[in-house]
Design a protein around this ligand. Structure first.
Ligand code: HEC
Length: 182
């Protein structure tokens, strides 16, 4: 206890002496330079830099505009140049991991039965993404059975899904048909 106490006292003394040391000596000059007389000069130079930065940015955007304006004029002159046409086409194949929005009726059922709490259409949450379930190519009847009596061994690495026996078969059929459309 005494050791702890003296250690903390020593720490406090160190902190205080550090504080006094900082606020008294040469640091005074530094302080003045930043907050006193020196600050005015710094503000001025910062302002000058700000203005020149703005000017540079404005010039850059003017240049970009001028280039953009020049391009359409140049394009018809060079029909062989496909670079402009190829660019949007090259973007298109990158998009395909297509994520279709969930239809409103299916979304309502997934909400009503809280399936959304553990499943998303394309992302793993607690349960597998429905797009992954779709790969198993279950029939709608099999999906009804699996919701009522889950088989966790189908999904190693996932926690077991609780049996949801109260969910009406007709609702699961709608969900199942949608899952298989993913
Ligand atoms: C508490 C979380 C949770 C909820 C709520 C939940 N699931 Fe699951 N689901 C899981 C987990 C975890 C798995 C994977 C392990 C398993 O099958 O037991 C899974 C698996 C599935 C599978 C794949 C079954 C298989 O054997 O391949 C289907 C289909 C499914 N869920 C549909 C649903 C539907 C429809 C609902 C809503 C009525 C629902 N789940 C609600 C967690 C949940």
């Amino acid at each position: 206890m005494t050791l702890k106490k003296s250690a903390s006292l020593a720490l406090m003394a160190l902190a205080v002496s550090f504080f006094i040391g900082c606020s008294s000596k040469e640091d005074r000059d530094k302080y003045d330079q930043w907050y006193g007389s020196g600050s005015k000069a710094r503000e001025e130079s910062a302002l000058v830099k700000l203005q020149s930065d703005r000017k540079a940015a404005a010039e850059a955007s003017d240049k970009a505009k001028a280039e953009a304006a020049a391009k359409p004029a140049a394009a018809p002159a060079a029909p062989g140049d496909t670079s402009a046409a190829a660019a949007p086409a090259a973007d298109a194949p990158a998009a395909p991991p297509k994520r279709k929005p969930v239809p409103a009726d299916v979304s309502a059922l997934l909400n009503k039965h809280a399936c959304f709490a553990c499943h998303q259409a394309y992302d793993k949450v607690i349960g597998p993404a429905y797009s992954e379930v779709a790969k198993k190519k279950y029939t709608p009847d099999q999906i009804v059975e699996l919701v009522h009596n889950p088989k966790p061994e189908h999904w190693p690495g996932y926690p077991p899904m609780a049996p949801l026996a109260h969910v009406p078969k007709a609702d699961i059929i709608v969900i199942a048909n949608w899952i298989n459309s993913l």
